[in-house]
Design a protein around this ligand. Sequence first.
Ligand code: SF4
Length: 356
Amino acid sequence: MSKMTVKIGGIVIGGGNLIRVQSMTNTDTRDVKKTVAQIKKLEKAGCELVRVSVPDMESAVALKKIKSRINIPLIADIHFDHRLAIEAIKNGADKIRINPGNIGSEEKVKEIIKYAKNAKVPIRIGVNSGSLKKQVNYNLKIKSKNKTANYMVASLMEYIEFFEKNDFYDLVLSLKSSEVEECVEAYRLADKLTDYPLHIGITEAGTEKSGVIKSSVGLGILLYDGIGDTIRVSLSADPVEEIYTAYRILDVTGRRKYGVEIISCPTCARTEIDVIKLASKIEKLTLGISKPLKIAIMGCVVNGPGEAKNADLGISGSKNFGVIFKNGQIIKKIPKQKVIKEFEKELNKLLKGDRK
Ligand code: SF4
């Protein structure tokens, strides 16, 4: 965890503060209505910082309207043109993300720094393995076993040096790659060499299935190492899925308790209720719930309540009846056809006041 803190809108990251969950819209930023609608959906799912692409002036100008209609900090993602970064700052971006290597001359980056400093807008230096500088002169004091990771971190350190020379310290860093080992090694090395907050993510991780696995492995390792101040899961899917996955990764690694964890059995010949259908129904029902809860759905009473004894609420089947249990203790035995309804009633009692 970084020692330094950075304030993005109303959220402070780094320095042991909560690890914040971020996502990115995939709408046309110029389409304010659609972009705001997607951000609202992300907010409802628990997104705490949102990034939008700013590929042209019209998008940069649209930020003003977007920001006035949302409740979470807005981050502008800029490539190539420093004027877009300046315009984004003028239109209220709470943070900007640039890869200084593709902005062009140092003078152009200095211009961005000047505006960001005046507006107290932090900058994320986002180094990506796919778009590295051709020449890096920075000598790393320590190195990783992974060559690309070394190169990524050396580029990053060179950028940091430049920003610091220009008296700018309001920085967040990221070192993304779609290769888990490369990415993990780069973040580990950067964590040793700097104290700035780190935004972690495995970039272009893939589809909802493979991307979740890749992100869970990569981000899981980093989080267990105590690395990461904000997190983004990149998926080729609805960005709402990124939020759900990010929270689950934080929860499983014990870095942040958030939302409902479903404990469900794999089913077997003893199964007496439709675990698969019910588990996915409950998962959908509890998306966007922030209260940390464990809900168990177990196929039979033989092992169900015992194996899920840590669950706040659980259900399991039996030949003629179903049971509802809390903390491993059966609280209700009900005819099988009525048990799911009763379970949902108990679940709603638990979730009362926590629905957004
Ligand atoms: Fe089978 Fe019961 Fe275990 Fe589910 S909880 S896998 S039904 S033994």
